[in-house]
Ligand binder design. Structure first.
Ligand code: PLP
Length: 499
C-alpha cells in the first residue's frame, strides 16, 4: 500500500472500512520526542480495585491516583513537560510584580494567538470567571456551541443563561461528520431574534468542543459566525483550551488548508474572536496555568483590576513565575505540526482499535479523547441508572484504568427547576494525556474494554447516594443498584478471573 502524508477529507458517506483505510494510507504518527525520565506505576489486583472503587463511592474522581494503573481521567494538567520546559522552570522570576516570565508569556500569546492583551489566571476557570463577571448582566443570554461545565457555571453565577447553538449532529454519536463542533447559524439567528442582540453580551465558541467528544469547528463556520455576530455588534469569546487540536483538524479535513501550518491556522481562527479564555493545562503542555486574552483595552483594564481580587497581580494571576515560563515555552511546542500530528494520531489509534472490535464509540474520533457510548454499551440501563458512571467504575475494576463520566451526572441540574438535565450524550471519556503513555498502554486499555464489552450484560447500574451542590460529578457518591449481582460469582464468572 502506498503511504503518503496527503489524505482525502472525511465525508458522511465513508464506511468504517474507508475510514480505517484512510488512516492506514498515511505514515504512522510516531512521536517527535524520546523518553528521558520515567515514573513507575502501581500494579493492583482485581480484589484491591473492587475495594478501592467501593471506597470511592463508584466515582473515579474519588480514587487515589496511586491505585490507578493507566490514568485517562483527563488530559488536564497531566501532560509531560519537555526538558526545555523544565529548564524554563529554573528560570522563574518570582518578583511580585513585573516578572520577566510574564513578558515571555505575553509575547508567546501575542505571536501564537494574536491577542494583544493577556491576563494570566491560575487555570481556565479563572479566566472564565473574569470575563463572565465583566460582560454578563443578570438576565443576559450566552449562546455557545455546547456547554462546558465550568464555563456555563460561571455564566450562570454572573446572572446569565446558556443557550446551545451547536449543530444537531453533535448530539448524535454515530454521525460521521468532519466538523461536528460547528455552530448552527439558524439557531444562533433565532436566539438573536428571540432575545435581541443587546441581551447577548457574547457568544462562546469552543474549539474543539470538549463535551461533544473533542469535535472541531471549521474555519468556514468560524468566519460565518463572525460575520453574523459582527452584523449585530455581538462579541465572540473563544474557548481556546484545545484550539491547537482544532487547528490540526482544519489542516487535515478542511479543503484549502493542507498546505498551511497549524500555527497559521490557529492565528486565523483567533482572528474571528474578540478574546479567549484558556486553560493552559490542555494544549499548552503544562500542569497548571491559564489566561484571559483580549483585543479591547477597556475590557482588559477591567480584567486587570478584577484579577487582583480573585487571583493575584495582573502580571502573575495566581501563577508562579516559573509556571508562566513553562507555559510560554509550551505554547511554542504545542503549535508544532509534528507534535500535534502525533498527539492526535495517538488518540485516533485507540479509537480505530476499538472500532475494529465493534465497540460503540463516538465517531469520528475527537482530538483529546475516545468516548465510549454508554447508551449503546449498556443498553439494559436507563439514563437514571447512570450508565456512563457505571461503565467508568467497571473499567477501573477490569484493568485499573481510570476514565471519566460525561453524561447525566456531569450535566447536573437546571438551576431554575432543580430537575436533572437529561443530555442526549451518555459517554465515558478515555482522555489521553499528552506525551505520557505509550502505544502498548493504549493496547492494554483497548483489550480491557473489549473484555468488559463481552460481559456487558452482567453489569448492574448505580444509584446516587450523595450529591454536592456544584459540579456534582467531582464528588458525588454512588452504590450499585443490585449489589447481589456484582457479588454473586456464578453470575459474573469473568469478574473473578479478570486481572
Ligand atoms: C478544562 C476546560 C476548561 C476549564 O479549564 P480549567 O483549567 O480546568 O479551569 C474550560 N473549557 C474547556 C473546553 C476545558 O476543557
Amino acid at each position: 500500500m502506498k503511504r503518503t502524508n496527503e489524505q482525502a477529507p472525511i465525508t458522511a458517506e465513508m464506511s468504517p472500512a474507508d475510514l480505517s483505510r484512510r488512516s492506514r494510507t498515511r505514515r504512522s504518527w510516531a512521536e517527535p520526542y524520546k523518553i528521558k525520565m520515567v515514573e513507575p506505576l502501581t500494579m493492583t489486583s482485581p480484589a484491591q480495585r473492587r475495594q478501592a472503587i467501593e471506597e470511592a463511592g463508584y466515582n473515579t474522581f474519588l480514587l487515589k491516583s496511586k491505585d490507578v494503573y493507566i490514568d485517562l481521567l483527563t488530559d488536564s494538567g497531566t501532560s509531560a513537560m519537555s526538558d526545555r520546559q523544565w529548564a524554563g522552570m529554573m528560570m522563574g522570576d518570582e518578583a511580585y510584580s513585573g516578572s520577566e516570565n510574564f513578558f515571555h508569556l505575553e509575547e508567546a500569546v501575542r505571536s501564537a494567538y494574536g491577542y494583544p492583551y493577556v491576563v494570566p489566571t491560575h487555570q481556565g476557570r479563572g479566566a472564565e470567571h473574569l470575563i463572565s463577571r465583566i460582560l454578563i448582566k443578570p438576565g443576559d443570554v450566552v449562546p455557545g456551541n455546547m456547554y462546558f461545565t465550568t464555563t456555563r457555571l460561571h455564566q450562570e453565577l454572573a446572572g446569565g443563561s446558556f443557550v446551545d447553538i451547536i449543530v444537531d449532529e453533535a448530539h448524535d454519536t454515530m454521525a460521521r461528520l468532519p466538523f461536528k463542533g460547528n455552530v448552527d447559524l439558524a439557531k444562533l439567528q433565532r436566539v438573536i431574534d428571540d432575545v435581541g442582540p443587546e441581551r447577548i453580551p457574547y457568544v462562546t465558541i469552543g474549539a474543539t468542543v470538549n463535551m461533544a467528544g473533542g469535535q472541531p469547528i471549521s474555519m468556514q463556520n468560524l468566519r460565518d459566525v463572525h460575520q453574523l455576530c459582527k452584523r449585530y455588534g455581538i462579541r465572540i469569546i473563544l474557548d481556546a483550551t484545545r484550539a491547537v487540536e482544532n487547528a490540526w483538524f482544519i489542516k487535515d479535513r478542511e479543503p484549502g488548508f493542507a498546505d498551511h501550518t497549524v500555527a497559521e491556522i490557529l492565528f486565523e481562527m483567533c482572528s474571528y474572536s474578540d478574546g479567549a479564555t484558556m486553560s493552559g493545562k490542555k494544549d499548552l503542555l503544562v500542569n497548571i496555568g491559564g489566561f484571559l486574552a483580549l483585543r479591547e483595552e477597556d475590557i482588559y483594564d477591567q480584567a486587570r483590576s478584577l484579577v487582583v481580587v480573585y487571583e493575584g497581580m495582573h502580571t502573575y494571576g495566581g501563577l508562579a513565575g516559573r509556571d508562566m515560563e513553562a507555559m510560554a515555552i509550551g505554547i511554542a511546542e504545542a503549535v508544532q505540526d509534528d507534535h500535534i500530528k502525533a498527539r492526535i494520531g495517538q488518540v485516533e489509534y485507540l479509537g480505530q482499535k476499538l472500532l475494529g472490535w465493534g465497540i460503540p464509540i463516538v465517531e469520528p474520533v475527537g482530538g483529546h479523547a475516545v468516548y465510549l457510548d454508554a447508551r449503546r454499551f449498556l443498553p439494559h440501563l436507563t439514563q437514571d441508572q447512570f450508565p456512563a458512571q457505571t461503565l467508568a467504575a467497571e473499567l477501573y475494576v477490569e484493568g485499573g484504568i481510570r476514565a471519566m463520566e460525561r453524561g447525566i451526572v456531569s450535566a447536573g441540574r437546571d438551576p431554575n427547576t432543580g430537575k436533572n438535565h437529561h443530555p442526549k450524550l451518555e459517554l465515558v471519556r478515555l482522555t489521553i494525556p499528552r506525551r505520557v503513555y505509550t502505544q502498548a498502554h493504549l493496547d492494554v486499555t483497548a483489550e480491557c474494554i473489549a473484555d468488559l464489552y463481552e460481559r456487558r450484560h452482567t453489569i448492574p447500574g448505580l444509584e446516587m447516594v450523595y450529591e454536592p451542590k456544584y459540579l456534582r460529578f467531582f464528588q458525588a457518591r454512588f452504590q450499585p443498584l443490585v449489589l447481589e449481582t456484582l457479588a454473586t460469582p456464578d453470575l459474573t464468572p469473568e469478574l473473578a478471573l479478570a486481572d
